[in-house]
Design a protein around this ligand. Structure first.
Ligand SMILES: NC(=O)c1ccc[n+]([C@@H]2O[C@H](COP(=O)([O-])OP(=O)(O)OC[C@H]3O[C@@H](n4cnc5c(N)ncnc54)[C@H](OP(=O)(O)O)[C@@H]3O)[C@@H](O)[C@H]2O)c1
Length: 283
């Protein structure tokens, strides 16, 4: 009960964040560090979701999306995915249990029907390119998804965003502006069930065609060192470059928990919050 009250109390702050695009929203720090509730400090009990839970993953055939689909099936959820190419190239048994749909987030009529009966959504759609394209794929595409999900009465929506990277933000302006625009849209449309995950570099095994790339070789040792360097990340410009990488399985677990746990607090979860929620880091 106290967790519910705590979550409610933080809502007015979240709404202000959603509408003002303030510097707090652009920060990688946890919401409420200046006085409000700390998102990552609220503890929730991990219980299996009811069988009626239906999860739709936008970008379920991508690197992060495929790990989310696999984890969600293991948790007993009914799982569907939307992407332009449809079925994943992963040749494993779990992939046969996902309902793969083809759809393009720039054309809402291609995915609206797939939202029927869906209780929660996780969007892993994003990418790189020219500044204009990065804004469109990280921002506009996800804003379309968020609006369509809200219209269909979806209860919870989790967006895989990205941590600020200091000077890198200037080089990837369209990427970060798109991410932050989608975040604002999410908190406006889902003030009670919108969760934003802001990982830095995500490592794990990435499927590229029939090949598996073990990105953990770089990410895992860096994560061990940098997760203890949180104070250094506050250093202007270069500090954010020290954001610890995070394992793709940890991101998947926290995303699913945020999408299915009705008392998971809405708002932004930074990389340290992701590590804590996934149990990889103690308080
Ligand atoms: N990987 C990292 O280190 C990292 C770090 C921080 C944040 N993130 C964020 O996490 C998210 C997932 O990253 P990722 O590495 O898993 O990316 P990814 O492997 O490139 O996956 C992107 C997914 O989006 C789908 N997609 C792209 N355009 C689409 C469209 N117009 N309509 C529908 N689906 C579309 C792609 O499938 P199709 O091509 O078949 O459409 C693919 O499934 C992204 O938002 C990314 O910015 C990633």
């Amino acid at each position: 009960m106290s967790r519910l009250i705590q979550a409610r109390l933080s809502l007015s702050k979240l709404h202000t964040l959603a509408t003002s695009r303030s510097s707090r929203l652009l920060s990688t720090g946890p919401i409420g560090a200046d006085g409000g509730s700390k998102v990552e400090e609220a503890e929730t009990v991990s219980v299996p979701p009811p069988p009626s839970e239906k999860l739709l993953v936008f970008g379920g055939n991508g690197f992060v999306g495929s790990h989310i689909c696999k984890e969600a099936l293991e948790r007993g959820l009914t799982v569907a995915s939307i992407s332009r190419s449809g079925r994943s190239s992963v040749n494993e048994a779990w992939a046969d249990r996902v309902n793969w749909h083809k759809g393009n987030l720039f054309s809402p009529e291609t995915f609206k029907d797939a939202l029927d009966g869906v209780t929660s959504v996780i969007s892993c759609v994003g990418g790189f390119g020219s500044n204009a394209n990065m804004y469109k794929i990280n921002g506009t595409a996800n804003m379309n998804a968020i609006r369509a999900a809200a219209e269909k009465g979806v209860k919870r929506f989790v967006y895989i965003s990205a941590a600020d990277f200091g000077v890198v933000n200037y080089l990837l302006q369209g990427y970060y502006e798109g991410k932050r625009a989608a975040e604002t849209e999410l908190l406006t449309n889902f003030p009670y069930g919108g969760v934003i995950l802001r990982p830095g570099f995500i490592y794990g095994t990435r499927q590229v065609g029939s090949m598996k790339l073990p990105l953990g070789v770089i990410g895992s040792p860096l994560e061990m060192v940098l997760q203890h360097a949180k104070p250094l990340t506050q250093v202007p410009l270069v500090g954010p470059l020290l954001t610890p990488p995070v394992n793709v399985t940890a991101v998947a677990k926290v995303a699913i928990r945020a999408a299915t746990d009705p008392v998971f607090p809405p708002g932004i979860v930074d990389v340290h919050g992701i590590l804590r929620y996934s149990g990889q880091k103690k308080k």
